[in-house]
Design a protein around this ligand. Structure first.
Ligand code: ATP
Ligand code: MG
Length: 235
């Protein structure tokens, strides 16, 4: 059974039908990417999985359990963590306080060990552990948001546009980290507008267009797909 199976989602904002019969799955150990243009419905899909929005139809099965009606904070305890679009770190708190907030579902006895695990992954955060998050650079804030999610020991890590607004060198670094985390055992659902990078790291991908899944395949297949190339890879 897949780690996550999303079946037949239909999500509305009032009269706007944002997600239309969307289905996909993520197997344990995979990196799966959802790519698509602005407004395609990528964030809406993630918000629905993490319980912040509701689908009118269908089901979301995570680790064998239907989580369609589960509160977001309970889902974190069940191993589902989301790094939201725009990072949303707590700007007035220090780096370390942000990371500690990510551990709210964990027994306090393990927090120091988990901080060291995150600092090993992101040495830059260790250097800046006492700095307030609002004064970090964009790339550092992205690392912090990812580190905060890792503090909850996620089985499935959902990343919403981790490369947004970053200089090319930092984009490379963030994607290296995504690859690393996956090699260390994290299953990842990655939402990106940077289709080239996302398809290069992903085992499989889905293309969303105006709320619908229009194409799916392995990362390599989608990189070679003529329609995908034309629409998302600059020719
Ligand atoms: N709170 C909201 N109220 C009304 N419409 C919304 C709301 N949030 C999103 N939408 C609409 O739903 C559609 C999907 O939006 P969504 O944010 O999921 O797109 P996205 O693929 O994440 O885009 P982007 O790449 O720009 O982040 C868009 O047409 C958007 O205008
Ligand atoms: Mg979005």
């Amino acid at each position: 059974m897949a780690m996550l199976t999303v079946e037949d989602l239909n999500v509305y904002y009032g009269a706007i039908h944002a997600i239309k019969n969307v289905s996909f799955y993520v197997d344990e150990g995979e990196i799966v990417t959802l790519i698509g243009a602005n407004g395609a419905g990528k964030t809406t899909t993630l918000q629905t999985i993490s319980g912040l929005l509701r689908s009118r139809t269908g089901s979301i099965i995570f680790q064998g359990k239907n989580i369609s009606n589960t509160h977001p904070h309970l889902l974190v305890g069940q191993g589902l963590a989301q790094v939201p679009e725009g990072r949303r770190v707590f700007l007035q708190m220090s780096v370390e306080e942000n990371l500690e907030m990510g551990a709210f579902t964990q027994p306090s006895s393990g927090v120091d060990r988990d901080l060291e695990m995150v600092y090993a992954q992101f040495p830059r955060l260790k250097e800046r552990r006492r700095q307030v998050a609002g004064t970090l650079s964009g790339g550092e804030q992205q690392m912090l948001a990812m580190g905060r999610a890792l503090m909850s020991h996620p089985k499935l890590l959902m990343l919403d546009e981790p490369s947004m607004g970053l200089a090319p060198i930092l984009v490379e670094q963030i994607f290296d980290i995504i690859r690393d985390l996956n090699k260390q055992g994290s299953t990842i659902l990655l939402v990106e507008q940077n289709a080239q990078m996302a398809l290069s790291v992903a085992h499989r991908g889905y293309v969303l267009e105006t709320g619908k899944v229009v194409t799916t395949g392995t990362g390599a297949e989608l990189l070679k797909d003529e329609a995908v190339k034309k629409a998302y890879l600059g020719g």
